[in-house]
Write a protein that binds this ligand. Structure first.
Ligand code: MGD
Ligand code: MGD
Ligand code: MO
Length: 764
């Protein structure tokens, strides 16, 4: 357990077991490559991940160091590459021998484990099987529906964040030429709360730091994020920071192993006794949902420090020259009693005051966060408390300091930049329309929650997914599946078989595409694409592996194929654009000249180019023209007696809904994902024991029954009243009506549940 003050003693570190990373990580990668039957070329291709002339890692959005050619090794990036390069195939023979009903009964792990898709497939209701279809026939089928729509808003175009800038730009062009802004994306479920919160506070929805800032920060906060699993390359930065004496403060209900200590896997000798670097200097096991309270407590102690040494703590100059709303915020923080803060955060005043001291003593502070903050009802307000805290000492817009929402998918940020959003700015629409000679629709489109509601109400005829796994990733799995089935046509552009393919509309297509690692040859030769990382650096990515099947088509070419076949969109010069992606980039540069002027030239720079960030330059594009303190009081989150706050998270062996293995090494779980982590006292109170099988029921007060059965109880170091388990297995418990204020991000980290001894099936 952490000591009372939150500072970590040596004893704490030992009790967490060996450090994350190290030799274990290398062994796990080698095993994975072997098991996938990946060809040697694929293994060799690992050496081209994140290299100047190679491909962008299809894993997370953490940036690559810009000025080095050092091989950025990451166990989980290697898994993502190996999984794409698998030797296994889900080909027409496979589909011929499995009814869709059978596929639906399989686990997500099994479905993705069938390997790469090879042919376009169309659902045949009579035999309940997918059968091969030609590309032209598939495009005509989609075009026929698009041309028949009474209202273009009957079409929904979903995007997952692996799609390149070039593909995403063409895709939004297709939809907008048709007349709709229905572009829900995975971001709606991910960092939407960060985008909405930061836009209001600092005038830009992206992070303000670059990788170089990590070398200069004196304190780094890691809030609601598990980088050891989800952004392993970030640990290199944290490790270096810790070694040069920076303070690292983690706020997390769980003691995530890699946030406790870490060994760089390229240097396994660091696993020798004493070799691993401790990461966190302070570890606060906040209650699930308690961050707004905790951040208020930290701010309260900063204000107290200012009272004790007037003029020495707050950056008065920054507050006066650059902010609005400070007085109201200050009054609110001062008026919030410690008693409320302690109860709602689950942390002691002493712990929060100590972290307040760390904040005050650091010249430059970076705050990082991810899904532990964004997927809550009060997510936007909580993220704005981070901004407020940073403002107090002018920790935005100077070296070594700033806000760092750490993005998920490798190009989720870029997709937004080039137009994947249901709420495009009028400026963007105007320029797009001028460039391509049409009038884009002004009415905002559907986000993810809105898309599910529209389909459920029978208001959508086409659901089209550019990547992703909509049914498994969204809330209310069963309800969402029924909603999807109401569509006339569902289309999935995918690399692997997944649950969404098993939930079919009246008609359904699977369109298999090239992956990021594969050579994409168009009329003008081998093509590159571009992506934007979490720190707004755009760079090229060029796959060179032989495609998994000759039948695969690239994502841009799929969009062009549909665009060409559809009467309503035929006026766009699709063939010209897709023949050479440099021409797509020229168009992006013309539509977004402030960001992408000289796009094609600038991607030749090694490491790519930085898009810039106005807030980093202390230019505030907010409603007040200044950085805005947005005040929020601490919400009372107490649940009725007996209910627990359940959060859903990722294991070490998955990428979102893609399950690599059934293990979660750092948390000590082997061979199953159907587990619920609970505090021993909560188990005891219910007469349950570690290892018991449980049924979990969620409570949303809407009269709908949401239960999952046969989950194994795991006694774990988690605050009392909190519980944890894995996404996507627990998604049936999230209500589609339960989403964050302002951002409409589904609340998948605070599900009110009760648990009881299982009456259902055994765990698998
Ligand atoms: N290998 C791998 N890499 C990935 C992904 C993957 O699945 N696998 N997914 C990618 C994507 S799309 C994303 S968005 C990111 C996700 O990256 P993360 O945000 O790290 O993902 P989660 O597993 O959801 O972890 C959430 C963390 O927040 C903590 N947490 C939960 N509730 C709370 C809370 O109320 N307060 C606080 N302070 N902490 C809380 C959990 O204990 C956990 O440590 O990773 C990206 N990278
Ligand atoms: N309960 C709960 N739900 C959550 C979350 C949570 O923490 N808890 N996290 C949310 C978050 S942060 C996110 S980002 C979403 C993720 O939601 P999605 O992005 O929709 O889901 P993924 O699992 O990333 O998508 C995996 C599928 O993408 C396809 N794919 C892989 N590579 C490519 C490619 O290069 N091109 C194409 N076209 N397809 C490809 C494969 O077929 C694979 O099956 O889930 C959200 N849902
Ligand atoms: Mo995400």
């Amino acid at each position: 357990m952490a000591s009372l003050t939150g500072a970590m003693s040596d004893r704490d570190r030992r009790s967490d077991g060996p450090a994350a990373g190290g030799l274990e990580a290398l062994v796990s990668t080698a095993r994975r490559l072997g098991r996938e039957g990946a060809p040697l070329t694929a293994v060799r291709s690992l050496a081209r991940v994140n290299q100047p002339d190679g491909f962008d890692c299809p894993g997370c959005a953490w940036p690559e160091p810009r000025r080095t050619s050092r091989f950025e090794f990451c166990e989980n990036g290697a898994k993502a590459v190996a999984f794409e390069a698998t030797g296994k195939r889900a080909d027409p023979e496979f589909f011929a021998s499995h009814r869709v009903a059978e596929l639906r009964a399989q686990s997500d792990h099994w479905l993705e484990g069938r390997g790469r898709l090879t042919h376009p497939m169309r659902y045949d209701r009579e035999t309940d099987r997918y059968r091969p279809v030609g590309w032209d026939e598939a495009f005509s089928r989609i075009a026929a529906l698009l041309d028949d729509l009474g209202d273009p808003n009957e079409a929904i175009f979903y995007t997952s964040g692996r799609t390149s800038n070039e593909a995403a730009f063409l895709y939004q062009l297709l939809g907008r030429r048709l007349g709709t802004n229905n572009f829900p994306d995975c971001s709606n479920m991910c960092h939407e709360s960060s985008g909405v919160g930061l836009s209001e506070s600092i005038g830009v929805g992206k992070g303000t730091v670059t990788l170089e800032d990590f070398e200069r920060a004196d304190a780094i906060f890691v809030i609601g994020q598990n980088p050891g699993t989800n952004h392993p390359r970030m640990l290199t930065e944290l490790q270096a920071a810790r070694r040069r004496g920076a303070k690292i403060v983690s706020l997390n209900p769980l003691r995530e192993r890699a946030l406790v200590a870490f060994a760089y896997p390229k240097r396994p000798w660091e696993m020798l006794p004493g070799g691993a670097t401790p990461i966190s200097t302070h570890y606060l096991q906040v209650l699930v949902g308690g961050d707004l309270a905790a951040l208020t407590g930290i701010a309260k102690s900063v204000l107290a420090a200012e009272d004790a040494a007037a003029g020495a703590v707050l950056d008065r100059r920054f507050l006066e020259d650059h902010t609005t709303g400070f007085e109201e915020y200050e009054a609110c923080v001062r008026a919030t009693p410690w008693e409320t803060i302690e109860r709602e955060s689950g942390l002691s005043r002493g712990q929060l005051e100590e972290v307040g001291r760390v904040y005050v003593e650091a010249e430059s502070v970076i705050a990082c966060w991810a899904m532990g903050l964004t997927q809550h009802r009060h997510a936007v307000a909580t993220i704005q408390q981070i901004a407020n805290l940073l403002f107090l000492r002018g920790n935005v817009g100077r070296p070594g300091a700033g806000a760092c929402p750490v993005r998920g998918h490798s190009n989720v940020q870029g997709d937004r930049t080039v137009g994947i959003t249901e709420k495009p700015s009028s400026d963007f629409l105007e320029r797009l329309g001028a460039e391509f000679g049409f009038e884009p629709p002004l009415r905002p489109g559907l986000d993810t929650v809105g898309a599910i509601e529209a389909m459920a109400a029978g208001r959508a005829r086409l659901f089209f997914a550019m990547g992703g796994n909509f049914v498994a990733a969204t809330p209310d799995t069963d309800h969402t599946a029924r909603a999807l089935e109401r569509c006339e046509l569902t289309v999935h552009v995918s690399t692997k078989l997944n649950r969404s393919h098993t939930v079919v509309g009246r008609d359904a297509l699977i369109l298999p595409c090239l992956g990021r690692t594969e050579a994409d040859v168009q009329e003008a030769g081998l093509q590159k694409v571009t992506v934007e990382d979490s720190m707004s650096v755009v760079h090229a990515s060029c796959g060179r592996n032989a495609p998994a099947s000759p039948g695969l088509v690239s994502e841009p070419a799929i969009v062009a194929g549909i665009g060409r076949a559809t009467r309503r969109t035929r006026a766009i010069p699709w063939d010209d654009l897709v023949g050479d992606y440099a021409r797509i980039r020229d168009r992006i540069a013309r539509v977004l000249p402030d960001l992408f002027a000289d796009f094609n030239a600038r991607i030749e720079q090694p490491g790519g180019f930085y898009l810039g960030n106005a807030a980093r330059d202390r230019a505030w594009n907010t409603t007040t023209g200044r950085a805005r303190f947005v005040t929020a009081s601490v919400p009372e989150l107490g649940l009725p007696e007996g209910q627990l706050r359940l959060m859903t998270m990722r294991s070490h062996d998955q990428f979102n809904t893609t399950i690599y293995e059934l293990d979660d090494r750092y948390r000590g779980i082997r061979g199953t994902r159907r587990v619920v982590f609970l505090n021993a006292a909560d188990l005891e109170r219910r007469g349950l024991r570690d290892g018991d099988l449980l049924d979990v029921q969620s409570h949303h007060g809407d009269g709908r029954d949401r239960v999952v059965t046969g989950f194994r109880a795991v006694a774990y170091d988690i605050p009392e009243g909190c519980a944890a388990g894995y996404f996507p297995e627990l998604n049936p418990l999230v209500a589609v009506s339960s989403y964050a204020d302002k951002s409409r991000t589904p609340v998948s980290k605070f599900i009110p549940v009760t648990v009881r001894a299982s009456r259902g099936d055994a765990a698998s």
